[in-house]
Design a protein around this ligand. Sequence first.
Ligand SMILES: [Ca+2]
Length: 184
Amino acid sequence: MDSKSCVVVIALVAVSSGLQLQTFHNTTVVIEAGFPGTHRGVNVNLSSTPYLPLVRYNNILYYFGTILPGNKEQVDLFCNYHNMKLVSIQSAEESENLIAGLEAFFQSSEVVLFWTSGRRHDNFWRWDSTGRPIHYTNWEKGEPNNSGGTENCLQLRFNTISKTLQWNDCACDASSYFICESRD
Ligand SMILES: [Ca+2]
C-alpha cells in the first residue's frame, strides 16, 4: 500500500467511527478527523466538509504530511493554514511516539525526510513553533555540519528499517514531507 492509500484508509476509519483508540508504545492514541480548534474529533461528512486525519498522543495532535512535499516555507504555510505548527520534538518519548505513528505510513525500505520547526539562529537552534531553545536532540553522527554554510533548517530522517528518527541540518529550500502539531 502506498502512503496516499494509507492516509485515505486512516481518514475513513476515523470518519466512520468518530474516534478510534489505538495503543502504540503504551500510549493511547486517538485518530481524529477535523481541524484543531474547530470541529476536532467529531464525525464529518466526506462529501461536504474538509478534514485532516489527525493522530493524538496525550496532549499533542499530529498531522503527518506524507502526500505532497514542499520546501520549509511552503509546508510552514500549510500547517499555519490548518491552525497548526510545524512539529517540535521536546523529548525522547515524543520522538518514539512519532516513530510509532510514521510506521503506519511507510511499509517499504526507505529513508523518508520530514521538515520540523527547528531552525538555526546565528549559532543556536530554536523550535520556531514555540520560540524556545532546543534541549533534547537526536542528531545523526556528524550532524549538524552546516554543509556549504546554508543548512539552517532541522530535517528528520525516518529510517523505515532501523525505525530511527534522526536529525540533520538541511538547506531550507530543499523539498521534503513534514509533520504539523497542535499542543493543548
Ligand atoms: Ca547537514
